[in-house]
Design a protein around this ligand. Sequence first.
Ligand SMILES: Nc1ncnc2c1ncn2[C@@H]1O[C@H](COP(=O)(O)OP(=O)(O)OP(=O)(O)O)[C@@H](O)[C@H]1O
Ligand SMILES: [Mg+2]
Length: 293
Amino acid sequence: MTDQRSSINTPVNANKAREAARKPGEPLLQVEDLSMWVKGDKGKIQILHELNFTVGEGERWAIAGESGAGKSMTMNALTALLPQGAVEISGKIWYRQEDGSRVNVLELPYRERQSMLARQVAVIFQDSINALNPNERIVKQWSETVLLYHPEMEKEALTQHLLSRMEIFGIHGGENTLRQYPDQLSGGMRQRIAIAMALESPGRILIADEPTTSLDAITQRSTVEFIRKLLDESGRTLLYISHNLGILQYMCDHVMILRYGYIVEQGESENVFSHPQHPYTQELISETRKIMG
Ligand SMILES: Nc1ncnc2c1ncn2[C@@H]1O[C@H](COP(=O)(O)OP(=O)(O)OP(=O)(O)O)[C@@H](O)[C@H]1O
Ligand SMILES: [Mg+2]
């Protein structure tokens, strides 16, 4: 039997140092007074207001809140994926490194920040279903992603790697599927490929922004189960953004509720969902219950 756990964590060579550096429960990501502004026609607009939270290694955090609350922008701040100069950020974002030291990534020059975050964080984007390049075969896009992290990998090993990842991720059709263009595959299949590609990153933290919204209910459920299984096997830390409180409750052990760019409430999800303190959280939960019947 193959060891799925090591193949999910580290696609090629088992990275023992990474495993040894794991410290479940200890702070992995600490955000202090994080504020963010975007530059608009009428000057700067503040969209995140002094966010404070600490994510322990192995924890699964839900980020909830209505449309426009700042969920995706929080993800952008944590991953430095916006073009340099597009936003202004203040505060501190500490990541614990494998040697145990902490780095405030906002102090790093932009390029260094980006490359460090690429190593620390795997990202599934809100529109990942459309993130694949429609003009390139799956095999080309996926291979390029693998080679980013393993530039030394030879063609034969690369093909074997892709095929074994397809098996793990439940992507059928082997080399035939790899030869297809994204449009030739179903939405569910594209989504799984996008997730599989995101998880080529060795990042100990997975940030998933609405990873299942564009899927039908059955595929949505199997994708959620699938992400959960991957996390169980790899011990990665999760930040999961969704409007679907049911999924968040199922997936996550902690939750933060955002509104107008402020965190209005945070804590263990069991507490927050069963005894919401803030009126907005109470409203969000009761509205969801009404919809769910
Ligand atoms: N480039 C921009 N210029 C001005 N305002 C922006 C820009 N990008 C985002 N915003 C604003 O920032 C706020 C937060 O947006 P964000 O995309 O983080 O919301 P969200 O919580 O992810 O919403 P959704 O659930 O709809 O995805 C919104 O009010 C949005 O209008
Ligand atoms: Mg969003």
